[in-house]
Design a binder for this molecule. Structure first.
Ligand code: 5GP
Ligand code: ZN
Length: 140
């Protein structure tokens, strides 16, 4: 259920201090130690799961049910008008800590944060191929 070598498990158990803002049996929310913006939060399950797809629906629900309230609280506390929820899975997706976590990143008009979003389009037929492949994988 927990991994002694995992920093977020240790934070979840209170063995390593964190700037905690919310806790219940299944979830801990705390300030990111290296924030992208003031108020940047991390929300973690207390159970050790490396990636989102390893979690059961109930485990995901127990954590994500708190996101709306935490989002409102971060905006109220910081005066930010907006926020991103970000959740990285795997090194290629910039996951650096191998314990599932959701970021809430406060955003303001004109802040210097951003990300590349080089939107593309599908060549004829490719979208349909992918749609069928995903549906087949869902049934597997
Ligand atoms: P990732 O890139 O894995 O999605 O994000 C990991 C996040 O965890 C980073 O934003 C990093 O600043 C944060 N982080 C890493 N170690 C600690 C820590 O010991 N305490 C806290 N509060 N945040 C951490
Ligand atoms: Zn862990």
């Amino acid at each position: 259920m927990s991994d002694a070598s995992c920093i977020f498990c240790r934070i979840g158990k209170g063995e390593i201090p964190s700037m905690k803002v919310f806790e219940d049996d299944a979830t801990l929310a705390f300030l990111d130690i290296n924030p992208l913006a003031e108020g940047h939060l991390l929300i973690i399950p207390k159970v050790h799961r490396e990636r989102l797809e390893e979690m059961s629906p109930d485990e995901v629900a127990a954590v994500t049910r708190h996101l709306p309230r935490l989002g409102r609280a971060v905006m109220a506390a910081t005066g930010a008008q907006a926020y991103n929820v970000l959740q990285n899975n795997g090194a290629a997706a910039q996951q650096s800590v191998g314990h599932v976590h959701f970021h809430i990143i406060p955003r303001r008009e004109g802040d210097s944060l951003g990300y590349r979003w080089p939107a593309g389009s599908y060549p004829a037929g490719r979208g349909e191929e992918l749609r069928k492949a995903v549906i087949a994988a869902l049934g597997a």
